[in-house]
Design a protein around this ligand. Structure first.
Ligand code: NAD
Length: 473
């Protein structure tokens, strides 16, 4: 079985302990990775701190050029990385609506290019006979990045690219469920970047805590669950680390009564089920007006019931397995509680009878807020469709959640959709879409979905601090 090492200060070290990485489509290990220790974190932070001295002083043009080179290196290794992403995350190579490993690696390349080209211009506040006052954006130092298992490579790039572009150095820790693509990317990147600029340690929550506690780290960028986000916020307080927290979502979609049911149903199924619902900003609760409830729900169920679920390496697969056994168990528990609470199963409702962590795409009618399946994030292929009577009611149902990542409204009348949408408490609002992101537009959560944004110049600024410079004439 192939082994993947950590990279610290540009060097791949031999680890004293190895861990298996499981392919969720088979339940069997396919690779082994190094298990890092707190001493490895110390070494990685020391290397990153040393590299920061020169990396922070390199010109913008030089950093831009090197980040573009990282994108090209990814592109040159795209087939290998796609296969790794499929094997470790379970997502298909192609996938429902093209949401698969091709999109993950392709998106990583696009994000690197776009982020490389971002600028951090000096803002001149005053320039007169008395003084010149400028606002500069400066890098923070060593950034600690901690990533989840659902989009392992793309989220790593979302953390690494702006951190490096702004002049920081990085210590990244991927999820122990899906460390391989990130380890391989960092290995490739270290043939381009100076030693110590990008370091990787692999391991679980304990190693994550060694990063969030570390006094040599200036900022944590974290994507994962709200529960872990709260732990991180507590442990980062030691040296007042800056934080970007991209956390759990339980996004609501609201359908208005003027939609074309046949046209909207496949789009809604895509928004709910792509990557098996294991996307932070997937549509996780769908609110449909009484007048079209049954017709839309049945139309969606007939589409979802025909999705091809299987090993992501097989061509034509729409949805792969859940990424891990723990997540499959959460989905099974929420299925059982929905049954007990009187949910009507329109399709799916059970795991597939085969090896691996497969669960049939599932739509559940006749539940409302207060049911666990509506109130909690399943992070899997099960979505409740909830009936509503009027707009005021549905807005309060949509906002009745501690999460506030994304939200959507689906309608022909765009003005009416915007009027409703603006009342949704969320960091992103989509009209006739859900979960669509792009590298030049900010994305982030409110409430317990976190704070700070990623992407574009707004996201880049999060990896800097302001220095105000006043020159008295
Ligand atoms: P998780 O919080 O369990 O783990 C995420 C990472 O944190 C892993 O690398 C893990 O090892 C590490 N970790 C765990 N405990 C830690 C601790 N105490 N200190 C430091 N590090 C620790 O999340 P997950 O199960 O990997 O991912 C699923 C969750 O992530 C879902 O809730 C999903 O909504 C969320 N998510 C959010 C976004 C977003 O952009 N908002 C994107 C993807 C996933």
């Amino acid at each position: 079985m192939k082994q993947y090492n950590m990279i610290i200060n540009g060097e791949a070290g031999a680890a004293s302990e190895l861990a298996d990485v499981i392919n969720p489509a088979t339940g069997q290990p396919f690779a082994q990775v190094a298990v890092g220790t707190p001493e490895d974190v110390d070494r990685a932070v020391a290397a990153a701190a040393e590299a920061f001295k020169s990396w922070s002083q390199t010109s913008d043009a030089q950093r831009q050029d090197l980040i573009h080179q990282l994108a090209v290196r990814l592109e040159d290794n795209m087939p290998e990385l796609m296969e790794i992403v499929t094997k470790e995350s379970g997502k298909p190579m192609g996938g429902l609506n093209g949401v698969g490993s091709g999109m993950e690696v392709g998106g990583s390349i696009a994000w690197l290019h776009v982020t490389a080209d971002l600028e951090l211009p000096v803002d001149v506040i005053q320039d007169d006979d008395a003084a010149r006052v400028e606002v500069h954006r400066k890098p923070l130092g060593v950034v600690g990045s901690i990533t989840p298992w659902n989009w392992p490579l793309m989220i790593a790039i979302w953390h690494i690219a702006p951190a490096l572009r702004a002049g920081n150095t990085v210590v990244i820790k991927p999820s122990p469920f899906t460390p391989v693509a990130t380890l391989r990317f960092v290995e490739l990147a270290n043939s381009i970047l100076p030693p110590g600029v990008l370091n990787i340690v692999s391991g679980g929550p304990k190693l994550g805590a060694a990063i969030t506690n570390h006094p040599g780290i200036a900022k944590i960028v974290f994507t994962g669950s709200s529960v872990t986000g709260k732990d991180i916020m507590r442990s980062a307080a030691g040296n007042l680390k800056r934080l970007t927290l991209e956390l759990s979502g339980n996004d609501a979609g609201i359908v208005l009564d003027d939609v074309d049911i046949k046209a909207v149903a496949p789009k809604l199924v895509g928004a709910c089920f792509h990557n098996n619902g294991q996307t932070c900003a997937a549509l996780k609760r769908l609110y449909v007006p009484e007048s079209i409830y049954e017709e839309l729900a049945q139309e969606m169920a007939s589409i979802a019931g025909q999705l091809k679920v299987g090993d992501g390496l097989e061509e034509g697969t729409d949805l792969g397995p859940l990424q891990n056994k723990r997540q499959l168990k959460i989905v099974e528990e929420l299925t059982e509680s929905a049954r007990r609470e009187g949910g009507r199963f329109l399709c799916g409702g059970q795991p597939l009878d085969r090896e691996g962590y497969f669960f049939a795409p599932t739509l559940v009618a006749d539940l409302s807020n207060g049911s666990r399946l509506v109130d909690e994030e399943p992070f899997g292929p099960i979505v409740p469709i909830i009936k509503y009577r009027d707009i005021d009611e549905v807005i309060s149902l949509a906002n009745d959640s501690p999460s506030g990542l994304g939200g959507s409204v689906w309608a022909k009348d765009i003005d009416r959709a915007l009027e409703v949408g603006k009342q949704i408490e969320s960091g992103s609002l989509w009209i006739n879409d859900h979960g669509a992101i792009q590298p030049n537009a900010p994305f982030g959560g409110i409430k317990e979905s976190g704070f700070g944004v990623e992407f574009g110049s707004y996201g880049l600024e999060e990896f800097t601090h302001i220095q105000t410079v006043k020159v008295v004439k």
